[in-house]
Write a protein that binds this ligand. Structure first.
Ligand code: SDX
Length: 435
């Protein structure tokens, strides 16, 4: 059952078209307030216009809380810093989906379900082999997630809650397997299968990098870093891709299709694709002899659509708490692995110069989750074109929990925004011989 917003008893008075109406004010757990305009059009004939929904709440949600001014991020009330420090990704996924941290028995059962559903139908390998070798992994993955529905059709006759549990477990486990499979097949290598004796994260690294002539050695620092990486990406309230999952899901389509829509949205360089764009930008700066001034000037130029990737955020008007953790993890992981990555030094230098620049300060532009995440993925050996796939695997529990919350909302409605029409007024058809 979805928790509901609390009606404060306050009202917003709106005087329009010669009349005044009262709109109720609602409040969330942390004091966030909203004007409920559900009755606006019926009472006034007016709708609101809010490009990018910057001022519009699409739902009430009990999953993730963000305070953009204070740089706070909590999953089901738990600070992301504490989960990154003490939790594992599978445990955090359970928390997001079920609302509470699991006990030993619940966690072990969840782990076994993920293991039992970690294989991918052998016929799917032919799909991977049919994609052009240079296909972008996000295009392959979002297609394959929709294809999962064909291999795992509706669970008719099974109680709904059990059917949802089995479907979400399949997604969490098989998407991870498919990502590694896609990588192996793109390189013409033998597919490596998941193993019962390895954890969720260790299995992914092993499926990516193990091979018959050079067995992959599980490195616990890398496994820990991957757990933290995926915990930091696990949910982020109503971001673009989650809104896509909710919107597509609101038509009551199956979960696979809704998740595939989320992946499509995440692919964009302004959203999850930014982690790949950051590394490509740093590599361009490196190729230009380390001079990032031209990139900063372009980013500040109103007439130039170029954005400094990895900076800025719709909600955070201060340092993204995930970027802070990611940056510290870069230092720890690279030191442990004895890796010198010149891009990390350049990223830190770029951050310093940007944060001293009044343009970025005036626009509240700080590093976001994508600015340092690529450095961690490079240290793990993940190819750059798979960075957004890594983001998508991390975001799966968030998308799933948000879809479930929408599906369980007694006030559920199909998403169907209105518009302000600015096209031509009515005009008669003109036969082609008169045009
Ligand atoms: C993610 O929403 C989420 O929660 C997303 C995410 C998640 O976990 O799901 O956090 C993941 O997508 C992180 C963001 C990754 N994207 C990037 O790093 C791309 C670069 N950033 C920008 O494109 C931008 O900051 C956005 C898209 C992130 C936010 O865009 P907004 O909120 O629509 O802000 P805007 O584009 O209206 O910019 C406001 C002002 C503008 O200047 P003015 O016209 O007001 O003078 O800030 C400027 C922009 O030009 N600006 C930037 C900038 N970001 C904003 N200028 C230069 N470089 C930038 N990066």
């Amino acid at each position: 059952m979805t928790e509901q917003e609390h009606n404060t008893g306050e009202v917003a008075m709106l005087t329009i078209g010669g009349r005044t109406i009262e709109l109720p004010v609602v409040e969330g757990t942390e004091g966030d307030k909203a004007i409920d305009i559900s009755e606006l059009r019926r009472q006034t004939g007016y709708v609101t216009l809010d490009r990018g929904f910057a001022n519009t709440a699409s739902c009430s949600s009990a999953i993730t809380f963000m305070d953009g001014e204070k740089g706070i991020l909590r999953y089901r009330g738990y600070p992301v810093e504490e989960l990154a420090e003490h939790s594992e990704f599978v445990e955090t996924a359970y928390l997001l989906i079920n609302g509470d941290l699991p006990d030993h028995k619940e966690l072990n059962r969840f782990r076994m379900m993920l293991n039992d559903n970690s294989l991918v139908h052998e016929d799917m390998q032919r799909f991977f082999q049919s994609f052009p070798r240079d296909s972008h992994p996000m295009g392959i993955l979002s297609s394959m997630v929709t294809a999962l529905r064909s291999f795992y059709p509706a669970l008719i006759g099974m109680p709904r809650s059990e059917a949802i549990l089995l479907t979400l477990t399949r997604l969490l486990s098989k998407v991870r397997t498919m990502a590694a499979m896609s990588y192996k097949i793109s390189r013409g290598h033998r597919v490596i299968y998941p193993r019962l004796d390895l954890s969720y994260c260790a299995n992914f690294l092993n499926m990516m990098f193990d091979n018959p002539v050079k067995p992959y050695e599980i490195d616990h620092d890398k496994v820990k870093a991957l757990n933290v990486f995926w915990i930091l990406h696990a949910d982020h309230e109503q971001n673009c891709s989650t809104a896509a999952v909710r919107l597509v899901g609101s038509a009551r389509v199956n979960l696979y299709a809704a998740i595939s829509a989320g992946m499509a949205a995440l692919w964009g360089p302004l959203h999850g694709g930014a982690n790949q764009a950051v590394i490509e930008m740093l590599e361009q700066i490196q190729a230009a002899g380390g001079d990032f001034r031209p990139f900063i000037e372009r980013a500040k130029d109103k007439n130039d659509p170029f954005r400094l990737y990895g900076f800025g955020h719709r909600v955070y008007k201060t340092y993204d708490p995930r970027a802070r953790i990611m940056k510290a993890m870069c230092d720890r992981l690279l030191a442990k692995l004895e890796i010198q990555d010149p891009l990390l030094d350049m990223a830190k230098e770029l951050e310093e110069v940007v944060l001293r620049d009044s343009y970025f300060a005036d626009h509240n532009l700080y590093p976001n989750v994508d600015f340092y995440s690529g450095i961690v993925l490079r240290a793990l050996g993940i190819p750059t074109n798979m960075f957004t796939v890594m983001f998508a695997i991390g975001r799966l529990p968030g998308w799933i929990s948000q879809w479930m919350e929408d599906a369980g909302d007694p006030k559920w409605k199909i998403y169907r925004p209105r518009q302000v029409y600015v096209g031509p007024a009515q005009r008669p058809f003109v036969p082609i011989h008169q045009r």
